[in-house]
Design a protein around this ligand. Structure first.
Ligand code: NDP
Ligand SMILES: CC(C)CCC[C@@H](C)[C@H]1CC[C@H]2C3=C(CC[C@]12C)[C@@]1(C)CCC(=O)[C@@H](C)[C@@H]1CC3
Length: 343
């Protein structure tokens, strides 16, 4: 039987490139996307290169609790197994490029580190979702946590192993994250905070689920030219990025994190697909890297995470999950009562 793989954020960038590579392996692919039109366009493109492939679309907006719960319900009706869950959808809204910090980095010799991670040169302005969550936290982390929890029964089946694979980032930073403010309501680095939270959560999930055959890993695609990065300079036309390509190829001589294309960015995500999950290191992040000459490979690098903090975050997410579910039940009850009264 073909392995069933669900990929969120599958209609563009790293997610779409990963789908392309997974189809070469003969998987039964389910593309989790928020916009059905964009999803169908991407699905058609995948079917053009893999005409006999099994490719389905599942509507899911990871920033919305109700959408995630409905998507999981629909998934459980359609499939009886889930072997790989790629938690890839992500946003970095309203990014602000700090030109001064960039030039300071040039003078202090830290510019390569800055370009490799984006740390110090990028901040974001977050939004609040209709559910009342910080949008970056909800989209990148909490929605994925809920999705995983709802699909737990399919992932933790008897005698099989399954994998959760998070698209994190080298932009993840302990200093951007606080257990007292897991949604990052107060700061200006919600993206960094959400990615650090996914690193922590992955560790906690390994603690709690390895015995049930479920393994969680985190990846970083490197710096990839996608819609997410184009939005760093929204007023500048896309060809500007093409003009910068020679500069980026040059920078690649100094840092192997400039993978640049979605295909290369998906390297570590695809690498994990082919590994025995028991052999993976829960304390490492798997990076997609590209050498100066354009050779792409995957490398495990230790993360700055600890068990105690990961457990504390896990507990907070469980609590938030039960609060959300209670809120939805109450809303449903109120709705039912109103319906009864109106006859
Ligand atoms: N590009 C880079 O340099 C790096 C990217 N990453 C991570 O890689 C992942 C993929 O991003 P990338 O391919 O670069 O960027 P893209 O913008 O191309 O892809 C992001 C995907 O996530 C989807 N998405 C966004 N919000 C939601 C939502 N609320 N519900 C469901 N899907 C949603 C997007 O859908 P839609 O098309 O509808 O917007 C899109 O399919 C992200 O997690 C990102 O943080 C990590 C390190 C570096
Ligand atoms: C002046 C320079 C020649 C051009 C500036 C380019 C910058 C806008 C990019 C250089 C490094 C990029 C980068 C990211 C976004 C765009 C840059 C800052 C990320 C922060 C995107 C999201 C991630 O998760 C990080 C891993 C990326 C790190 C590099």
């Amino acid at each position: 039987m073909a392995k069933v793989v669900l990929v969120t954020g599958a209609n563009s960038g790293v997610g779409l490139a990963l789908c392309e590579r997974l189809l070469d392996e003969g998987v039964h692919l389910c593309m989790g996307c928020r916009n059905m039109q964009r999803a169908e366009t991407a699905r058609s493109a995948l079917l053009r290169s893999h005409p006999s492939a099994q490719v389905d679309v599942l509507q899911v907006d990871t920033s919305s609790t109700i959408s995630v719960l409905r998507a999981a319900q629909e998934f459980k009706l359609r499939y009886h197994r889930l072997d790989y869950l790629y938690l890839n959808a992500g946003i970095m809204p309203n990014p602000q490029f700090d030109v001064k910090a960039f030039f300071r980095g040039l003078l202090t010799g830290q510019v390569i580190e800055m370009l490799a991670t984006g740390v110090g040169i990028l901040t974001q302005k977050d939004n609040v979702t209709p559910d009342g969550f910080q949008e970056v936290f909800a989209t990148n982390l909490f929605g994925h946590f809920l999705l995983f929890r709802e699909l737990e029964s399919l992932l933790c089946g008897s005698g099989q192993t399954s994998q959760l694979i998070w698209t994190s980032s080298s932009n993840a930073q302990r200093s951007a994250f606080s257990l007292d403010d897991i949604q990052h309501r107060a700061g200006s680095q919600p993206y960094s905070s959400s990615k650090y939270a996914s690193d922590l959560l992955s560790l906690a999930l390994n603690t709690h689920y390895n015995q049930q055959g479920l393994y969680s890993s985190v990846t970083c695609p490197g710096f990839v030219m996608t819609n997410l990065t184009y939005r760093v300079f929204p007023s500048i036309p896309a060809f500007f990025w093409t003009l910068l390509m020679p500069v980026f190829w040059l920078i690649r001589m100094f840092t192997n994190t400039f993978t640049l294309t979605p295909h290369y960015g998906a390297e570590a995500l695809f690498y994990l697909f082919k590994q025995k999950p028991e052999a993976l290191d829960p304390y490492s992040k798997y990076h997609s890297l590209t050498s100066g000459l354009g050779y792409t490979y995957s490398e495990a690098r230790k993360m700055d995470v600890d068990l105690k903090t990961s457990e504390a975050l896990y507990e907070k997410l469980l609590q938030l999950e039960s609060e959300e579910k209670r809120k939805l039940q109450d809303q449903q009850k109120t709705f039912d009562v109103r319906k009864q009264r109106s006859g």
